[in-house]
Design a protein around this ligand. Structure first.
Ligand SMILES: [Zn+2]
Length: 224
């Protein structure tokens, strides 16, 4: 019998537009894999060689119930933990109560030797700011990443600014108090105070914006 390949859309695929594209879904699954996972005692263990699972937990307000959902190429496992009468219980958190059950279920399922293929046909190479991840300005350090095609419409980096410094790079200056030929124009990553306080502890590179708060001479009045 002459068997012809079915080149049309499989009938089980919806004609409705997808809520998330293939690239966004794949990148989300990449972010949802943790090598550190909770065991039955709620302690975190490092699972270098365990199977790949994209997973997420949740806990309702008042610890009334908790859940954990995990996905692999062949299986989707959902775990719900709670009291049938809806009564809350301290410590009933998704990551401590539902996640250990989730990984226990996965450990009993047949092994899989593959992960989802990278959907390159829904992705494009995008240049981004290496430090903020937004689309890069001309003054940003640049990195190139694979991103969903819609990533081309992402906002430009709001954090890199060109600041004007004295030769020691310790003070902001302008032509009122420094010779223009001695002024150094340098891109700096300037975060709002709260974000700077938080991220500085994680990424020492952000500590570089300290001179931005110091001015050796009056800065131009931006309101005029
Ligand atoms: Zn930038």
């Amino acid at each position: 019998m002459d068997v012809k390949p079915n080149l049309g859309k499989p009938s089980y695929l919806s004609k409705e537009p997808l809520a998330m594209g293939a690239a966004a879904t794949w990148l989300t699954f990449e972010a949802m894999q943790e090598v550190e996972r909770p065991n039955a005692e709620g302690e975190w263990e490092y699972f270098r060689s365990s199977r790949r699972v994209a997973w997420k937990t949740g806990t309702s307000f008042g610890f009334r119930d908790a859940w954990a959902v995990g996905v692999s190429p062949r299986y989707a496992v959902g775990i719900w933990v709670g009291n049938a009468d809806g009564e809350g219980r301290p410590g009933l958190m998704g990551v401590l109560s539902a996640a250990p059950v989730l990984f226990d279920v996965f450990s009993r399922l047949p092994q899989e030797n593959r992960w989802f293929s990278t959907p390159y046909d829904d992705m494009t190479k995008v240049s981004v700011c290496k430090e903020s991840g937004y689309r890069n300005l001309a003054i940003c350090p640049v990195d190139t990443i694979w991103a969903p095609r819609s990533g081309l419409k992402a906002d430009a980096c709001p954090y890199h600014q060109l600041v004007h410094l004295d030769p020691s790079r310790q003070w902001q200056v302008n032509s009122d108090c420094e010779s223009p030929s001695r002024i150094i124009h340098e891109p700096w990553m300037v975060l709002p105070p709260l974000e700077e306080y938080y991220y500085k502890s994680l990424n020492p590179i952000l500590d570089r914006c300290r001179p931005c708060a110091k001015t050796a001479c009056p800065l131009p009045d931006k309101s005029s």
